[in-house]
Write a protein that binds this ligand. Sequence first.
Ligand code: SF4
Ligand code: FES
Length: 250
Amino acid sequence: MNLTLHVWRQKGPQDKGKLETYQAKDVSPDESFLEMLDEVNDHLIKSGKDPIAFDHDCREGICGMCSQVINGRPHGQQELTTVCQLHMRQFKDGDEIFIEPWRARAFPIIKDLIVDRSALDAVMQAGGYASCHTGGVADANDLLIGKPVADYAMDAAECIGCGACVAACPNSSAMLFTSAKVAQLAVLPQGKPEARRRVQAMTKAILDEGFGNCTNHYECEAACPKGISVKFIAKLNREYIKSMVPSSAE
Ligand code: SF4
Ligand code: FES
């Protein structure tokens, strides 16, 4: 199939940027979206032009790097799919496709489709970990965890930190991302001792990093390639309120 691509080109953070149009010819329906872009880049390089800069790493839906807004939707129109897992069979001959970077104040554009998502790392560094000593593997496995709790934590742990939730939210809120990290650790025995400090530090970090607040649009859940539920935002809110109540130890 032959496609017309309108791609956001921006030389650097200070450049104004604009959409440029390219033709993608003889695209196989079996190619992934990133393979289609690789071919377009081959042609650009052979004709002495600057290839389109875009982020990618695992190309199997794990790393969260492939951040692109395709036809107005982060990761494209197919539900529960990262850009690297999106296949060209989802498009048809003659289609026009608009490809843009994540757009959020906390994600400055570095070049073309690449944005700086280190603001998400800063939120993680503020508290998205458990620092208590749990011993070796065998010791950690001695701690019995009920199946419903393990399932709940695993559902939250599916978040790959891609930032599509931020890109989809009209407020550029990072609440879905943060809530997945807070909720995962808050229900596990290893994470509980630091739950109060964690939720305080991570919610402060999302404001410090320039993310907006959550006003319940649910666009985050709709865009999330891993199906992270907004129920975790409710859990984050409960954890935050709990953290405001002094504990008996204080
Ligand atoms: S919550 Fe979903 S959309 Fe947001 S960073 Fe995690 S995987 Fe990506
Ligand atoms: S490249 Fe790793 S999730 Fe897409």
